[in-house]
Write a protein that binds this ligand. Structure first.
Ligand code: NAD
Ligand code: UD1
Length: 338
């Protein structure tokens, strides 16, 4: 029996595949390389020394997906495949809705056809919207301010409806806070295309001289130093949470939502200073305007994941900054460095 990982060559997917292989699972990956590179496959092999199957397909290609289910004994699916850039989702909403929503519907349809009713889904803390007060708990009202966030909300609703219609499904919806860091080997990590949208990849590119300075989006928020506060979580901790969520749905039915964060918030300046200190590098920055759509503070109450999955983040901000830099140093041009 195998675990199907959609989007398994992406940032979080690749780290999760490593954890799955290390835990003895058989793995089948599907990805269309829209936002990843084939080199990731060699790196996963290198790290784990294990074999796995890979199909280069778009999850919206239902015939191709059906073939994957026919050729393999899939026991459960971990579903990462999706587009994730907030700004881009505002510019090309149809592409986002089509990729994320249609893709998930097609996947669920094929799963149903083959009697596979176990799925772990990548949702986001973005569903807590602008009005809740952190720490966020899973039962708070949800909302979205952009098409990307709305796709996550809609997929959460779709998955809940699927469970209502057939309660032999086991569904785990994971709301990630801010994943950063990289595998300790420095062989896999985050490799964004073009100018990074997110803080850590921008910092690493400034630190290695690829970009001149970091623009800090606002220092007049109601936070300890005025800059935005987030709950950064090491991608390996996050990957390990997927194994726990998977184990839970393999032996249970139901639909459950879990926050995956550390429960601790750090400001942009905390991150810059920690990164500079632990790596002994300079991170020049200037303060600029707030980024539209940003909240002042976001952090999780991760206690449900601890109670029900027995999972808790183990790595701290220093580990995250060290591992992000280790990846960037070893791969100045990401997977194109080869
Ligand atoms: P990523 O872009 O690195 O990985 C996603 C992978 O899915 C890529 O390899 C891409 O090529 C693939 N993909 C996209 N559309 C596809 C399709 N139609 N068919 C096949 N493959 C497809 O992103 P990530 O950071 O690893 O995120 C994984 C998931 O987690 C996404 O659903 C994302 O929305 C969600 N998420 C990410 C973050 C974050 O900060 N990284 C936060 C919250 C939620
Ligand atoms: C962003 C997305 C969110 C998504 C999350 C994880 C927006 C509005 N939100 O959230 O939907 O779920 O990424 O992928 O894009 N910052 C800077 N300078 C930069 C980059 C970021 O100061 O160049 C600041 C931000 O203002 C924020 C913090 O750093 O305070 C973290 O930013 P980022 O990494 O983009 O994550 P989020 O804002 O949490």
């Amino acid at each position: 029996m195998a675990i199907l990982v959609t989007g398994g060559t992406g940032y979080i997917g690749s780290h999760t595949v490593v954890e799955l292989l290390d835990s003895g699972y058989e793995v089948v990956i599907v990805d269309n390389f829209y936002n990843s590179k084939p080199e990731v496959l060699n790196r996963i092999q290198d790290i784990t020394g294990k074999d796995f199957k890979f199909y280069e397909i778009d999850i919206r290609d239902q015939e191709a997906l059906d073939k994957v289910f026919s050729e393999n004994q899939i026991e459960a699916v971990i579903h990462f495949a999706g587009l994730k850039a907030v700004g881009e989702s505002v510019e090309i909403p149809i592409t986002y809705y089509h990729n994320n929503i249609t893709g998930t519907l097609m996947l669920c349809e094929v799963m149903q056809k083959h009697g596979v009713k176990k799925i772990v889904f990548s949702s986001s803390a973005t569903v807590y919207g602008m009005d809740n007060k952190p720490p966020y708990t899973e039962d708070m009202p949800t909302s979205a301010t952009n098409p990307y966030g709305r796709t996550k909300l809609m997929i959460e609703e779709i998955l809940k409806d699927i469970y209502v219609s057939d309660n032999s499904w086991g569904i785990s919806i994971l709301r990630y806070f801010n994943p950063i860091g990289a595998h300790a080997s420095g062989k896999i990590g985050e490799d964004p295309n073009g100018i990074p949208n997110n803080l850590l990849p921008y910092i690493t590119q400034v630190a290695c001289g690829k970009r001149e300075k970091l623009y800090v989006f606002g220092d007049d928020y109601d936070t300890n130093d005025g800059t935005g506060v987030r709950d950064y979580i090491h991608v390996v901790d996050l990957a390990q949470a997927h194994i726990k969520a998977l184990e839970k749905i393999l032996s249970n039915t139901g639909v459950e939502i879990y926050n995956l964060g550390t429960g601790v918030g750090y400001s942009v300046l905390d991150v810059i200073n920690t990164f500079a200190r632990v790596n002994q590098v300079e991170v020049p920055y200037v303060i600029t305007d707030r980024r539209p759509g940003d909240v002042a503070t976001s952090f999780a109450d991760p206690s449900k994941a601890f109670k029900e999955l027995g999972w808790k983040a183990a790595k701290n901000l220093e580990d995250m900054c060290r591992d992000s830099w280790n990846w960037q140093k070893n791969n100045p041009d990401g997977y194109s460095s080869e």
